[in-house]
Design a protein. Structure first.
Ligand code: NPW
Ligand code: K
Length: 498
């Protein structure tokens, strides 16, 4: 599991550690890890070596600049031609770092053309002390670096990305690689910040960051975590013991949503799928395994979890389906039209899992008296997902370029397997059916939501392979995604947090 900690926690943990170590130890650990990563990139890059390669360091006013300067000094000692652009007044530039660089043969520069011709640019403008967008002084340098061929390496965080939220309020560095220290920062794991970070490398500087300690605020599952959560049939299992999921979805106008949700639920690890709604004939034609009823959830017989909402429309039958599913006293996943109806109530049972996209989140927020735009929700997903979870008193899975799953308390989970190819019609219905099956199989709402998002993302990648995909193909790829997780196939192929 990859974990991210809040900035205050990082500062406190660093403070405690620094009190026990000789002065400057942590910065030297950070700089050594950063330099090692740069060496690897330069050796693997167009120069093929460190000696003679051109390195430009962008240096801000704090310790982030200090890290960058000390790392650059190490590269200069190995023969790199290093130039440093000091963006802060001399009295606010890290004195020790600058002295080390100059002693190692580096020089300062005022010429942004250095950024255009560099092989590697180190962004030491600002780290966890950063607030707001890049400032004026940095822009010509960053513009030149991004237009040139250089690999851009962000120190701790891409400057301009909010460390806590991943918000990008204006201009920010677009990094190829981010080398972060001690622990991930939330802003590296959540879009839009995650999209600016490139590949994230973590350098251990000795902070006590074990997930078991529970000090982190954000976590991202990996294959092994998901494998440990997947339901497995036992020798004594029968279809009822494995769990039955009820699906109340689809309408005369949108029968396809029902077909898709049932299709993914059938591949989601429970024992049986019951369908109720107006699309029974379509469902049974596509999936003869489904148990189809023509009443509402209250008439359906026993299930261990409900999925209500995909393609349901918002008429009186839909309202009845939502009311009955919510009253069933089993975990209930509410999606799509179900969310619009739920917004009118302004609350949900504690064992509910709400799966809005940003637009539906806006409607849910309005239901509890909060005005926000879609862009605001997408700009600060962690904050709004948490706000919804607290207001409705249940678990929320906020879909998007980084899907976030969170309850009212505890760390938020962010999904690392997403791909833009998942933004296709019916994809949300597939996710809902899959998560519902996992709920019925006994996973808690947070686990069901995050495991479903993980498998759904992998299936999207498998079915796409870079080409456009569709909801039916994503469903068909679910078994392969599942197998790759239990086989422990490496997840290195997943660009971190994309
Ligand atoms: N703590 C530790 O033990 C360790 C820390 N380590 C490293 O230190 C980093 C944190 O260092 P830090 O605390 O000095 O803050 P840092 O991010 O360099 O910002 C400095 C100043 O920048 C300014 N500023 C704000 N926003 C801005 C913007 N958008 N654009 C431009 N400038 C902006 C603002 O000052 P202002 O100008 O607003 O007065 C702010 O005070 C951390 O990320 C890691 O790299 C590692 O070495 C391991 C040990
Ligand atoms: K930085």
């Amino acid at each position: 599991m990859r974990c991210a900690h809040a900035v205050d926690w990082v500062r406190a943990a660093e403070g405690e550690l620094m009190a026990r170590l000789p002065e400057g130890t942590l910065m030297q650990r950070a700089a050594a890890g950063l330099a090692a990563c740069c060496v690897e990139l330069l050796v693997g890059g167009r120069q093929g070596r460190v000696r003679g390669s051109r390195v430009l360091v962008l240096v801000g006013s704090g310790d982030n600049g200090g890290d960058a300067l000390y790392a650059a000094a190490r590269l200069a000692r190995r023969g790199a031609r290093v130039r440093a652009a000091l963006l802060a007044p001399p009295e606010r530039t890290h004195a020790g770092g600058l002295a080390a660089l100059l002693a190692a043969g580096g020089r300062t520069t005022d010429d942004p053309a250095e950024a255009a011709s560099a092989d590697l640019v180190l962004d030491g403008i600002v780290g966890i002390g950063g607030r707001g967008p890049l400032r004026e002084a940095a822009l010509p340098w960053v513009d030149a670096a991004q237009a040139g061929e250089a690999l851009v390496v962000a120190v701790d965080l891409p400057s301009g990305v909010d460390p806590e939220t991943g918000a990008v309020p204006g201009r920010a560095v677009q990094a190829d690689v981010t080398v972060t220290f001690g622990t991930h920062k939330p802003g590296l794991l959540v879009d839009p910040g995650a999209s600016h970070a490139g590949v994230v490398r973590l350098v251990d500087i000795g902070l006590p960051v074990a997930p078991e300690a529970g000090d982190h605020v954000v976590e991202a599952l990996q294959h092994a975590d998901v494998a440990a959560l997947l339901p497995e049939p036992e020798a004594e299992s029968d279809k009822y013991r494995r769990g039955v999921v009820g699906i109340a979805a689809g309408s005369a106008r949108y029968p396809g949503a029902a077909v898709l949700a049932v299709g993914s639920a059938l591949r989601g690890g429970c024992g049986a799928v019951r369908y109720v709604g107006a699309a029974g004939a379509d469902v049974v034609r596509a999936h003869p395994e489904a148990l189809v009823g023509d009443g509402g959830p209250a008439d359906a017989g026993r299930v261990q979890a409900w999925v209500v909402g995909p393609g349901l429309s918002q008429d009186t039958d839909a309202e009845r389906a939502v009311t009955e599913a919510l009253a069933a006293e089993v975990p209930v996943l509410v999606d799509a039209d179900g969310l619009r109806l739920l917004a009118r109530r302004g609350s949900a049972p504690a064992n509910a899992l709400l799966t809005p996209h940003a637009g539906e989140a806006v409607a849910l927020l309005a239901g509890v008296g909060v005005t926000a735009t879609r862009e605001e929700v997408e700009g600060e997903r962690l904050r709004y997902a948490r706000m919804l979870a607290r207001a409705y008193g249940c678990t929320v899975l906020l879909k998007g370029s980084t899907t976030v799953v969170t309850g009212p308390e505890g760390p938020a989970r962010v999904n690392p397997t997403g791909t833009a190819q998942l933004a296709t019609a019916g994809s949300g219905d597939v996710l809902a059916g899959l998560a519902g099956a996992l709920l019925a199989a006994g996973l808690a709402p947070r686990d069901a939501g995050s495991v479903a998002a993980y498998l759904h993302g992998l299936a999207g990648r498998i079915s796409s392979g870079g080409a456009p995909t569709c909801a039916t193909a994503i469903t068909a790829a679910l078994p392969e995604a599942w197998r790759s997780v239990i086989a422990g196939d490496t997840d290195d192929g997943i660009p971190p947090f994309r």
